[in-house]
Write a protein that binds this ligand. Structure first.
Ligand code: UN1
Length: 516
């Protein structure tokens, strides 16, 4: 990488304005407000939004509940039609929304677009699902009886999302919840109100088309609440919200989980990850290097699935490490809107500070750090670009057991596979994991009951970049929730077990006699 960077042009506010207009957002909703929104690309202010007040938030949730009472009566495949139209809006507006994600979060262009593609993919999945909300028929022990289970809409689905996937996470939840017959109230990250407004704009366009085509969509079916923690608490505490799906830090989950439990509401928690990969003696090192580079440095280390720990077998350590070092020293870091750059900025100065703290802790624990230094860009004094850090650690000590939301990869040498696996599982988080091997026993062992304890376990691909078709989420401090594909939809519905007696007698279960 050259140290010479092209200066970032100072027109992000104007471009944001044009994109928001294109995406159907009224100017009044992002100008003149009391809270400034910044682009991490330059640190410049790109909009001013107004946070919602407590009373308005309550009213919005009440309205979403009223919308739910109507929406639950619309047949599921018709609900799917609304999601199909949302998918069409997303397809048509993918370049604009992807670009806005890049401006608001600092993702490179390909990743901004990729995030919108994830939204389109889950819409397609949900449309098919809208005709497949299958229950079971169950063999009953009683004659002339039938037993079955049916899945019914649940209620208002609260969505709390993080800055790093500002729109896709909403869509994984929203697309499923909508076909399941629920209404939505979304509290996006305070760092990403603009992409939320844009998505709301596209949703409203889909609703307009749905209604024009004769569909019935109640007002307030989906709403956003822009605001801080207090607004999130209103959503979490509201008795008319039976389910909250929350993505963010483990600290956030620790606050949200017990509050929901107190009123017996459901939680889908998608919290911290501390994802690892084991590189074994038989690994294809070319493939491993590419996979590690994307998983550890991509999105500037700000995915919950980012690779943070790498266990490398001692027999290949001396071959792999120099190649990794070269990748770390040469990966192009810079303006994410510019072709060729692969690593954009950190979200803000606080992220930079926590990265520096983790690196200092790593050094104190005996680690050797390459990279991690700040990179200055012209016209971007308030932006935080860093060279990703590669840290050789003497063991799983110091900051390694914590998730630092920044591009730091801790590398640890191992000699015994089972010991490496023990270390792999010996952190509080349990989201995603990978093994690089061509040894069948190691691969299958890693995926088995005695292997990785994570919600996602991969062979010969990195831990990040999951497709929407699988259930997404993890164990332990990651929170246990599952979103997206497979049967994750079941968390958004209530299950009723029904027994029907079509005979003239009343046989009781368990052979109980109760003759009057
Ligand atoms: C997140 O970082 O919050 O697997 C989710 C991935 C993406 C989702 C990441 N599909 O990396």
């Amino acid at each position: 990488a050259s140290s010479k960077q092209t200066p970032v042009s100072k027109s992000l506010a104007a471009e944001t304005d044009a994109l928001l207009a294109q995406l159907g957002v009224e100017r009044i909703s992002y100008t003149g407000g009391a809270t400034a929104t910044r682009s991490p690309i330059t640190g410049e202010i790109i909009a001013h939004i107004d946070n919602v007040g407590a009373a308005k938030a309550q009213a919005t949730i009440d309205r979403a509940h009223a919308a739910f009472l109507e929406w639950r009566l619309v047949p599921a495949p018709k609900r799917g039609e609304l999601v199909r139209l949302l998918g069409e809006e997303l397809r048509a507006n993918k370049p604009a929304l992807g670009r806005l994600v890049s401006i608001e979060v600092g993702k490179i262009a390909a990743e901004g677009l990729g995030e919108v593609q994830e939204m389109i993919d889950i819409c397609d999945f949900a449309v098919g699902l809208s005709r497949q909300l299958y229950g079971l028929t169950i063999a009953t022990e009683r004659g002339e009886h039938r037993m079955m289970e049916t899945w019914h809409p649940l209620g208002v689905t609260g969505i709390i999302s993080a800055f790093n996937f500002p729109v896709a996470v909403w869509c994984w939840n929203a697309a499923l919840a909508l076909v399941c017959g629920n209404s939505l109230v979304w509290k996006p990250s305070e760092k990403t109100p603009l992409t939320a407004l844009a998505v709301q704009g596209l949703f409203e366009r889909a609703v307009t088309r749905f209604v024009q085509d004769g569909g019935a969509a109640p007002a307030g079916l989906s709403a956003i609440l822009l605001g801080d923690r207090e607004i999130g608490e209103i959503l979490v505490d509201h008795p008319k919200v039976p389910l909250v799906s929350a993505t963010g830090s483990t600290a956030m989950g620790r606050a949200v989980g017990p509050r929901l439990a107190r009123r017996f509401a459901r939680a889908i928690l998608e919290l911290g990850g501390n994802n690892a990969a084991i590189v074994t003696p038989t690994a294809d090192l070319d493939l491993t290097l590419r996979a590690v580079a994307f998983a550890a440095m991509g999105t500037a280390g700000q995915r919950c699935t980012t690779l943070r720990r790498l266990f490398v077998h001692e027999s290949i350590y001396a071959t792999l490490l120099p190649r990794l070092k070269r990748a770390y020293q040469s990966v192009p870091v810079g303006n994410p809107l510019e072709d060729g750059n692969l690593v954009g900025p950190l979200i803000d100065g606080a992220a930079y500070a926590s990265m520096q703290t983790a690196l200092a802790d790593a050094r104190a624990a005996g680690g050797t750090v390459i990279g991690g230094d700040r990179i200055a860009l012209e016209n971007a004094a308030e932006a935080y670009y860093v060279r990703p850090a590669l840290v050789e650690m003497p063991g799983q000590c110091g900051p390694v057991a914590h998730e630092t939301f920044a591009p730091i990869l801790y590398v640890i040498k191992y000699d015994d596979f089972d010991a490496a696996l023990d270390l792999h599982n010996a952190v509080p988080q349990g989201l995603s994991s990978a093994i690089f091997t061509n040894d069948l026993r190691e691969a299958e062992g890693f995926l088995s009951a005695r292997g990785s304890d994570c919600g996602i376990a991969n062979v010969n691909i990195g831990p990040s970049g999951a497709e929407i078709g699988g259930a997404f989420g993890g164990e332990k401090e990651t929170g246990g929730g599952r979103e997206s594909g497979s049967d994750a939809w079941k968390a958004y519905m209530r299950r009723a077990t029904n027994t029907v007696n079509f005979g003239r007698t009343l046989p009781l279960a368990q052979g109980i006699r109760f003759d009057l």
